[in-house]
Design a protein around this ligand. Structure first.
Ligand code: PMP
Length: 434
């Protein structure tokens, strides 16, 4: 089977002359002849410029929780923007969104809106440093907290360069990150109680914050081992470290109150974006009143577009729908069927695989029964994963063309879409030989 990609390829040639990699984000470049250009999306479907339709499991890297072009949200945005978009003053809608976030998210007593997840994590780190008067930051290998220099270490480098797991080497993920920042970051393997404990024995009193996604949301949705998040929480209490839970992917997705609700963990600060506004650019960070109150008291934070009407109207509409309707329960039920179905497909094909994550956001890795951190994931068969994805795309099912990126579901994926996806996956696992 061969998918027509002529128009995408023509657009790519033109785009390459105008934008680095021919895209507006490095992650969107899938290679020459592989990178798709999109014409539209509706519900759970996405059409490329050649008219091919896909069941979309990328959901714009996660934000689409209800469905693409979801009328109930779009109507509210259109209504709101007729009264102006950017005032650089505060509107009542911003207060309503803050109230809504605080009512949904355990541990959030005050909140500030930003435009992107990157901004949210960057501000949260500054606030944590200002609050503690310390500078070091701990992050986990394979986690991604946006394209801000402070935490852009050991995200997606080959795990072989991370050194020994007892004394990991922080690897900057880009040229241009100042050398002096290397002194401020400590990177650790996820789910390793012992290494975290030892590291804190040596450096605990210098650490301002531990920033962590609740799972490896940017490396295959690998879950925390039982008790690991609770262990981080208790160690933060012991050493006076601020726990920043980065819920950019998990917030308003794995539960209404994100991982904080799902696991019963109280973060000190928490960051949101993505599902907060069903694809419109809105993000937030918030947390304990005592910490958030230092913002504006010698601690800088803000931005021209923060709290703009597009973002707030979309967030208010999306959060209201998520709060009042059984959206996440419905997605989880369908996602669970998809995860179980995939497990069955691999079993019948006699392929060792781990299907892991949450029903609203999951992935699979081939070649291991269980994966607990990025180092183990690096030993799985990613080349085979990509060949499966290529074959699935040819048949109209589109996960991301990056084995680290989870499959995201939305409310518009119907039972029939799940059936079709399982049919396609059963076929591609048969056709594509390891
Ligand atoms: N944190 C996490 C956990 C993310 O997954 C991402 C984006 N994938 C970010 C931060 C950065 O968000 P943004 O792309 O909106 O800047």
């Amino acid at each position: 089977m061969n998918v027509q990609r002529q128009k995408s390829n023509e657009l790519q040639k033109k785009a390459l002359q105008l934008m680095p990699l021919g895209t507006n984000s490095n992650f969107r470049y899938w290679g020459m002849g592989m990178t798709l250009y999109v014409s539209k999306a509706k519900g759970c479907y996405l059409w490329d410029v050649d008219g091919n339709r896909y069941i979309d499991y990328r959901m714009g890297f996660g934000p689409i929780i209800l469905g693409h072009a979801y009328n109930e949200v779009d109507e509210k945005v259109i209504e709101a923007i007729r009264e102006g978009v950017s005032y650089a003053m505060t509107s009542e809608l911003e207060i309503l969104v803050a109230e809504k976030i605080i009512s949904m998210c355990p541990g959030v007593e005050m909140v500030r809106l930003t435009n992107t997840g990157t901004e949210a994590t960057m501000h949260a780190v500054r606030v944590a440093r200002a609050y503690t008067g310390r500078e070091k930051l701990i992050k986990f290998e394979g986690m991604y907290h946006g394209f801000q220099d402070y935490a852009l270490f050991s995200t997606y480098s080959p795990a072989q360069v991370y050194g020994n797991r007892n004394s990991p080497i922080p690897i900057p993920a880009s040229s241009g990150i100042p050398k002096c920042l290397h002194d401020l970051i400590i990177t650790l393997p996820f789910n390793d109680f012992e290494v975290l404990e030892k590291t804190l024995c040596s450096y605990g009193e210098q650490v301002a914050a531990i920033i962590a996604e609740p799972c490896l949301g940017n490396c295959d949705a690998i879950l925390p081992e039982e008790g690991f998040l609770e262990f981080i929480r208790s160690k933060c209490n012991e050493y006076g470290i601020v726990l920043i839970l980065d819920e950019v992917k998990t917030g308003f997705r794995i539960a209404r109150g994100g991982a904080a609700e799902y696991y019963g963990i109280q973060p000190d600060l928490v960051t949101y974006a993505k599902s907060i506004s069903n694809g419109y650019p809105c993000a937030a960070f918030g947390g304990r009143r005592e910490i958030m109150e230092i913002v504006g008291r010698g601690v800088a934070e803000g931005g021209t577009f923060c709290g703009n009407k597009v973002a707030t109207a979309a967030a208010y509409a999306t959060l209201t729908i998520l709060q009042e309707q059984p959206i996440l329960e419905t997605i989880a039920k369908r996602g669970q069927r998809l995860m179980d179905g995939l497990r069955g497909i691999f079993e019948r094909a006699d392929i060792t695989a781990s299907v892991h994550g949450y029903p609203t956001m999951f992935s699979f890795a081939v070649g291991r029964e269980k994966v607990k951190d990025q180092r183990e994931w690096a030993e799985t068969d990613q080349a085979y994963y990509l060949r499966l994805v290529e074959a699935a795309m040819e048949r109209g099912v589109m996960p991301d063309y990056d084995p680290r990126e989870p499959w995201f579901l939305c409310y518009s994926h119907s039972e029939a879409d799940i059936d079709r996806t399982l049919e396609v996956m059963e076929e591609v696992v048969k056709v594509v030989k390891r």
